[in-house]
Design a binder for this molecule. Sequence first.
Ligand code: KG4
Ligand code: ZN
Length: 409
Amino acid sequence: MTNCVVGIIPNINIYQRTDIFIYKILHSFVRRVPYTPLLATPARRHKFGAERDKKLTKAFDCRIILVMDQQKQIVILGIESSCDETAAAVVADGRRIISNVVLSQIDIHRLYGGVVPEIASRNHVQAIDKVVAQALSEASLTPADIDAVAVTYGAGLVGALLVGVSYAKGLAQALGKPLVAVNHIEGHICANYLTYPDLTPPYVCLLTSGGHTAIVNVRNYDEYDVVCSTVDDAVGEAFDKVARVLGLPYPGGPQIDKLAQQGKPVYKFHSVVTSNGNFSYSGLKTAVINLLHNAQQKGEQLSRADVAASFTCAAIDGLLDRLVAEVEQSGAKTVAVAGGVGANSYLRGRLQRLEGKGLRVCLPKLSLCGDNAAMIASRAYYMYCDNQFADLSLNACPTLKLRGEKPHR
Ligand code: KG4
Ligand code: ZN
């Protein structure tokens, strides 16, 4: 598709001219070299838009990317409501957080031992307007100052996602601003850009969230190569389920983390790495349940802290062993972590010890490991620069996969 440079046309508002005039200019620039054409600033493109882009793309058998005005920073309002956090943030140029507001519903869902989807949706509806207003006010900006509205459209709970998606569509339409639809998992990966403003792809990312577990080669902002992933439960899900068996409140991950620090990994479990190099967490969860039941039947008292420490080692060691193998095999110079389990102290400690000998280890700030909207705005920046906008037909996609992720057979 991308097989010619049409031309670099600085400081020309080409979209204000007629199509014919544009074609005339572009014809004079045509070269058969393997680059994409640079055409217009994002704001212009949004205004005059998609239809003309399509004509140009067809006429020149090329792809359109945008010329960024070096002086102007791009400010994006991100909105996140995929699970039990209502969040909004303002981020400049994908890297600098201007404001970051997260309203957690954990206290509400704790009563039920987990997230109740219907209750989550209702609370998002009540909170979203205030959370967005707070994010703008903390950034000392008005809605008119932002360049685009970005929103998580999947993966997540359908009702919860729909609250953010509907709100963002309405806001973008009312303000006449572009809308960017962000994949939540891609957002988690971008939390690293907010912590390490100099980090750029390629790198290997360990994805460890409540719904996803994978090792991903991040080749570019848009290109992910999933090396391996879980065939059943995600690692965060395993933490939450084992916590429940241990009688710990929701969400279980941080609770197990605390308890494990008081125990020793005296119980040995099977590796979570499968024979073909993927991950499986349902067996580990069952092994912990069996350990506790057997002890109970024998009237033995196990140390819950030792069980938590043993489970943590088994859950994390397999992930890190597989990560190290991938780094050795690919020769990667940088690894990054993404998702809620990235806050785990054992995982962070082990990863920090890997740093050195030519390997850089990136761990997002603790406040950016869990769900937040700053990571969504960061991801959206790279989509904005690449002309990837959504329209009002945008819908929630609860089972959205990471680009490059293939289902297990
Ligand atoms: O990435 P995330 O916020 O949500 C999804 O996108 O799924 O991850 C939430 C998961 C939960 O399962 C939670 O228990 C786990 O991350 N988690 C932790 C820790 N903090 C959060 N797991 C282990 N140790 C932690 N410190
Ligand atoms: Zn998440």
